[in-house]
Ligand binder design. Sequence first.
Ligand SMILES: [Zn+2]
Length: 90
Amino acid sequence: MAYQPQVVDAKIVSNNPKNGLFEIVVNLKDRTSCRLIYEKDAATGAPVATHVNRLLHEPCPICRKDFLCNCMSRFKDQLSSQALQMTGTP
Ligand SMILES: [Zn+2]
C-alpha cells in the first residue's frame, strides 16, 4: 500500500524575509516529524519546498530505519502543501 503522509501539526520554525528562506517542522499522524526547507520563487514569490529532512525521533515509517534515509523526499510536495495549508506562507 502506498504511503500517505498525513500532517497533523505544522509550525514555522525559522523565517528570513531577506532571502525568502523559511522552515516548517511538521508532525505526521504516524508520529514521524520532518523539517521542510523552503525558498520563494524569485519571479512569483510562491513558496517552493527544496528539502525535506526526517527528524530522528521515530523510525522511518517507510523503510523502518532509525537513521537518516531519503524516503520522505518522495513525499515532499504532499508534505509541503499540507504544511502550508496549516501555517500559511510567512
Ligand atoms: Zn526511510
